[in-house]
Design a protein around this ligand. Structure first.
Ligand code: SAH
Length: 243
């Protein structure tokens, strides 16, 4: 089964863009996934090919018309999940990315201006997705982010098959930090344990750093990680020596 991405956008020329390079680009060339970008404007019906109108209730900007976007969507809907990029959506997570990557692909709606007429989301099964708590000028770059995260998980896309599992967020933790040669740089050396050849010690150091860094940098992730240990109360070793 090939992962198929279809983008609905006012700027189809922005695709594949960065996804035409590096791992994703090679996988695209090898047909390990496919990408179609469709211009929403092709679904406009008037002489001027209008896709937007002024906001009801007044205010700045323009709003994408529900009827035009729905027409574009209905012409291609085929059971794949439909995602709309919007800062009002549910924040994207590695878990959602992994589920999407395991499926048939996605249809992705890219907003512009003030976004979509809300009735679109009432009338169609559309998952509203945000890539972070900040505002972009359009959904295209958000769609590129979403697809990049999915495509690197597709079978045969990443070099070392194992490099997915230990990554940040996969375990609910940030990943441990990395080092490479030279061993000494500007007076700083690589932690001895990583050069010890003792695999058990290396694993223990990495686990500890993943936990410590998550606790310090992302207390929100850490809370969830600790809470997810199947209802077990904090173990003594968690309370002692770590705060
Ligand atoms: N008026 C909207 C912002 C519109 S930004 C609001 O305040 O909620 C224009 C388009 O950029 C959006 O329709 C959406 O497709 C995209 N966009 C902006 N920020 C985004 C984010 N954090 N995540 C996903 N898409 C985003």
């Amino acid at each position: 089964m090939t992962f198929r991405a279809t983008i609905l956008t006012l700027y189809p020329d922005m695709f594949p863009g960065p996804l035409g390079h590096s791992l994703a680009g090679r996988a695209l060339a090898e047909a390990k996934w496919t990408l179609d970008a469709i211009n929403i404007r092709d679904s406009a019906t008037d002489r001027h090919r209008t896709v937007d109108d002024t906001p009801a209730g007044g205010g700045a900007g323009m709003v994408l018309r529900a009827d035009v976007v729905a027409r574009a969507l209905d012409a291609i809907a085929d059971g794949r999940p439909v995602l709309a990029m919007t800062p009002r959506g549910r924040p994207l997570t590695q878990r959602r990315v992994r589920d999407l990557a395991a499926g048939p692909g996605a249809i992705v709606l890219c907003g512009r201006f003030e976004g979509f007429d809300e009735r679109l989301f009432e009338a169609r099964a559309i998952e509203e997705v945000a890539i972070g708590d900040y505002v972009l000028s359009g959904g295209e770059m958000a769609a590129l982010v979403l697809l990049d995260a999915c495509v690197r998980l597709l079978p045969g896309v990443m070099g070392a098959a194992s490099s997915g599992d230990e990554e940040s967020f996969e375990s609910g933790l940030l990943e441990y930090p990395h080092y490479t040669r030279p061993n000494e740089w500007e007076g700083r050396t690589i932690p001895d344990v990583l050069r010890s050849g003792d695999h058990a010690k290396v694993a223990a150091w990495r686990k500890r750093r993943a936990e410590d860094d998550t606790r310090l940098r992302r207390p929100d992730l850490w809370e969830r990680h600790v809470g997810a240990r199947v209802g077990r109360p904090l173990a003594r070793s968690d309370e002692e020596g770590r705060s």
